[in-house]
Design a protein around this ligand. Structure first.
Ligand code: DLL
Length: 433
């Protein structure tokens, strides 16, 4: 079933007319309601009433992750606070988290685009979906929930974790669609086998996996173990959460809902659009959001884009799988981790050195593991072992507090971690992503 066939299969000219109409309304709206954007647009010499077509987007200034942090909490909002009905946050680099707020209409939009995600993956009204993305401040659980409500699915809102129970509910309620991170579904398979459940035999047919990078090899593995179609879903909190792009059953690029999230692929060095098919930073303008609309937001996700029509009939542009990041963020078990967050913790702990390394690994079908090597002053090694353990536990607790995931901390003597002349190598990612 094709959800919103009218826009997803629209001719390029009709799509452009729709986008142009939205942009013409958006720019005066943010200019008059958000002082930060007024200043940015004035500085770029943009007169809101001169915006006539989507092509004028090239004259607009970019919005960055730093802007989100610098104007925290409400600086980038265009709607008054009393109209904000829901708030989500995701981890920022240091200090302030990234905050997003939704008006009632934004929540409706979220439900709509998520219903389109579900439709694109092959769901039809009446299907049963198990939502094993985390519910809470993370946008995964509730985003899928709103979309499933909008489409009329039967929802099993398990959230993440409690794997044995997930597996039981999947069997008892004949789950057809499973939504979670790709690493979690592989982990579930392992647990299933231990519990004597054959993951290849069940009612499940479609998986909607995202929130972290995964490879074609991982897709093949998931599809053969679970005997289901494994599709990729992309999104980020700043834009809306999940609901920005989704693969159809051809699995040949993620359809980006460009009627509402206008994509450009930009060379970060020049600020110019790269030619079709070449890699660059995915940059998105939210054409219809009200609470915190963003113009030309640099996602820092590296993709390429194609505009040709898909075999499924959709004309919406397709982005590649996420090929990397323009910054040093890594995603571990669906959680965004910046090395600077760990650095921040270490700076606050006496006796540690600012030399550390993060090792991320994934044993077959196990969840990602993070080990942080930290150099501590030599004197700790001549002290009692108790002191060494105390400082190790303190570091571990503080890092876990900031990152919200379990880590292993290993203390090492000064000068153990390799020094580099240029950019230091903070992360060793051993996962085959
Ligand atoms: O991860 C939203 C989401 C929830 C997407 C559930 C899909 C499913 P954030 O926590 O703000 O939001 O993290 C966004 O995660 O900029 C990417 O770097 C990464 N990411 C998200 N989806 C994918 C994907 C949610 N399919 C950041 N492939 C993004 C690779 C992804 N990376």
């Amino acid at each position: 079933m094709i959800w919103r066939e009218d826009v997803e299969c629209a001719s390029p000219a009709d799509l452009k007319a729709l986008q142009s109409g939205y942009l013409k309304k958006l720019i005066p709206y943010i200019y008059h309601n958000c002082p930060v954007y007024k200043q940015k647009l004035d500085a770029a010499g943009v007169k809101p009433d001169r915006i006539k077509s989507i092509d004028d987007i090239k004259r607009l200034p970019f919005t960055t992750k730093e802007d989100m942090r610098d104007y925290y909490p409400y600086g980038l909002f265009s709607a008054p606070q009393e109209q904000i009905k829901e708030i989500h946050v995701s981890s920022g680099t240091t200090g302030n988290p990234t905050l997003v707020g939704y008006t009632k209409d934004d929540l409706k939009l979220w439900g709509d685009v998520m219903a389109r995600v579900l439709g694109c993956a092959g769901a039809v009204p009446g299907d049963t979906i198990q939502i094993a993305y985390g519910y809470g401040l993370f946008t995964g659980g509730l985003g899928f929930h709103y979309g499933a409500l909008e489409m009329g699915l039967r929802i099993i809102p398990t959230s993440s974790g409690q794997t044995a129970r997930q597996l039981k509910l999947m069997q008892d309620f004949k789950t057809k669609i499973i939504a979670c991170t790709p690493s979690y579904v592989l982990y579930m398979a392992e647990e299933a086998k231990e519990l004597g459940v054959d993951p290849a035999k069940g009612n499940w047919k479609i998986g909607i996996f995202g929130a972290e990078p995964w490879s074609e090899a991982m897709r093949r593995e998931i599809e053969s173990i679970w005997n289901m179609l494994a599709t990729d879903v992309y999104g980020l909190s700043e834009i809306i959460g999940p609901g920005v792009a989704q693969e159809c059953h051809h699995k040949d690029g993620l359809h980006i809902f460009s009627d509402v999230f206008y994509p450009e692929v930009i060379n970060p060095k020049t600020g110019e659009e790269v030619p079709e098919g070449e890699d660059g930073e995915l940059t998105i303008t939210t054409l219809t959001k009200q609470g915190i609309p963003l113009i030309r937001y640099g996602t820092r996700d590296v993709v390429s884009i194609r505009y040709e029509k898909c075999r499924c009939g959709r004309t919406s542009p397709r982005i590649s799988k996420i090929k990397g990041r323009t910054d040093d963020m890594i995603v571990v078990r669906g959680i965004n981790v910046f090395p600077s967050q760990i650095e921040h913790v270490l700076i606050g702990i006496k006796g540690t050195q600012p030399h550390y390394q993060i090792i991320v690994d994934r044993q077959a079908h196990k969840l990602d593991e993070v080990e942080v090597l930290v150099e501590v002053e030599q004197r700790f090694f001549s002290d009692e072992i108790k002191r060494l353990n105390e400082i190790r536990d303190k570091i571990r607790k503080e890092i876990e507090n900031v990152l919200s995931i379990g880590v292993k901390v290993t203390l090492v003597e000064p000068k153990t971690i390799e020094r580099s002349v240029g950019k230091s190598k903070r992360i060793i990612d051993k996962r085959a992503l």
